[in-house]
Design a protein around this ligand. Structure first.
Ligand code: SF4
Length: 389
């Protein structure tokens, strides 16, 4: 059986820059789109190791197959659907794909058309991730989003009409000016849309984002952190009773509808990222690309690699990452697998820390599984820090 790999494709183009955003994205001239997709293609052609492992076309069975693709951004739905279709087309014709790969595309409400959706469907996209964030127009405007609540609803309707039966909706708690009533309205509205998957993020203010700077924060009127934590906890309970199972700190789904691609990030599985700012993790190494799309295109057009850093992951760092990411999952960390992978039992290595955390009601051990408790999910950073080497 072949090994499985996830592929991430970054499309950095946005209609406006949201005040909380620190991703490699922004408002760029439309004339950059064609060269950008050309550079993506060059990037793949310049990855000989990847090509060799994945390119089994006509050469027998592949060692590796791509079983998930995530086209994210930025706003992939902003560009012409044919660009996306072509990019997926040449990935399909160059590499070996699993029989039915999960192919997700990120969409911002108000940027989708029937024509674009047809292109995506033809190219094999079978999952749409929709950046709704919140349902109050005044809040959307305040953080610089270019869509309205009505756009979110009509985009979901369009997806359903076109047969998309695997839909994720992103919501953010803690936006400037957001109130408890707003948050409850979000839950009621999202339940009415009934997406198969729901990502519920707490607003993080990153220093590189406009909101992380003094002028961005001035007058932002952020809701109180404890209040936002209470909204989160109420949402977990409410979503559970409404049929969405929580499987990760920020992620909920209807039975069997976990994001197969994102599960790779949390379970130490390899993935390769293409495009500006994209990161990769494979064979004990991490590497990342130039963040600026103009420089990214120039590098590839000049025959240079787009990689700006590459590092081998030390065993200690690897262990930290496996614990940190595995504990995010409700299923917890598989202690038996860790023992096989690292050669020792975490219960021996971290005996003192584990008893303390169990006593504080932050973690529990069930059989061979180490899990955060509901309270531990609220204080996850305090738990993770105990396992730093
Ligand atoms: S649409 Fe998404 S990627 Fe673009 S600026 Fe807003 S948060 Fe960032």
């Amino acid at each position: 059986m072949s090994n499985r790999l996830g592929l991430y494709i970054h499309v950095p183009f946005c209609l406006s820059k949201c005040s909380y955003c620190h991703f490699a994205s922004g408002v760029f001239p439309g004339s950059l789109i064609k060269p950008y997709f050309g550079a993506l293609r060059r990037e793949v052609e310049g990855l000989p190791e990847l090509s060799q492992k994945l390119n089994a076309k006509g050469t027998g069975a592949a060692d590796w197959v791509i079983d998930t693709i995530f086209v994210g951004g930025g706003t992939p739905s902003l560009v012409d659907g044919r660009e996306i279709g072509q990019a997926l087309g040449w990935i399909r014709s160059t590499f070996s794909l699993a029989h039915v790969p999960e192919i997700t595309l990120e969409v911002n409400p108000g940027t989708l058309t029937d024509d674009k959706l047809d292109c995506y469907r033809e190219a094999g996209v079978n999952r749409i991730s929709l950046g709704v964030q919140t349902f109050q127009d005044r809040l959307l405007k305040k953080v610089g989003r270019s869509h309205s609540a009505a756009d979110s609803i009509s985009t979901v309707e369009m997806c359903r009409r076109k047969g998309i039966d695997n839909l994720n909706v992103d919501l953010i708690a803690g936006l400037p000016g957001q109130t408890e009533d707003d948050w409850q309205e979000n839950l009621v509205r999202v339940a009415a849309l009934s997406p198969e998957h729901l990502s519920l993020y707490l607003l993080e203010i990153h220093e590189d984002a406009h909101l992380g700077k003094r002028e961005g924060l001035a007058g932002a009127s952020l809701p109180d952190e404890d209040q936002v934590a209470a909204w989160y906890q109420e949402s977990v309970d409410w979503l559970g009773s409404a049929g969405w199972e929580q499987y990760e700190i920020s992620n909920f789904c209807k039975p069997g509808r976990q994001s197969r691609h994102n599960l790779k990030y949390w379970t130490d599985q390899p993935f390769v990222g293409l495009g500006c700012g994209a990161h990769s993790y494979w064979a004990g190494e991490r590497w990342g690309n130039e963040r600026d799309p103009v420089r990214y295109v120039k590098l590839l057009e000049g025959g240079e690699p787009a990689t700006t850093f590459r590092s081998k992951i030390s065993p200690g760092k690897h262990l930290e990452e496996v614990i940190f990411l595995g504990l995010r999952l409700n299923a917890g960390l598989d202690l038996w697998r860790c023992r096989r992978q690292f050669g020792f039992d975490l219960r021996d290595r971290f005996g003192r820390e584990l008893s303390q955390l169990v006593q504080e009601g932050l973690i529990e051990i069930q059989g061979d599984r180490l899990k955060l408790t509901a309270r531990g999910r609220l204080f996850s950073n305090e738990v993770f820090v105990q396992f730093m080497q």
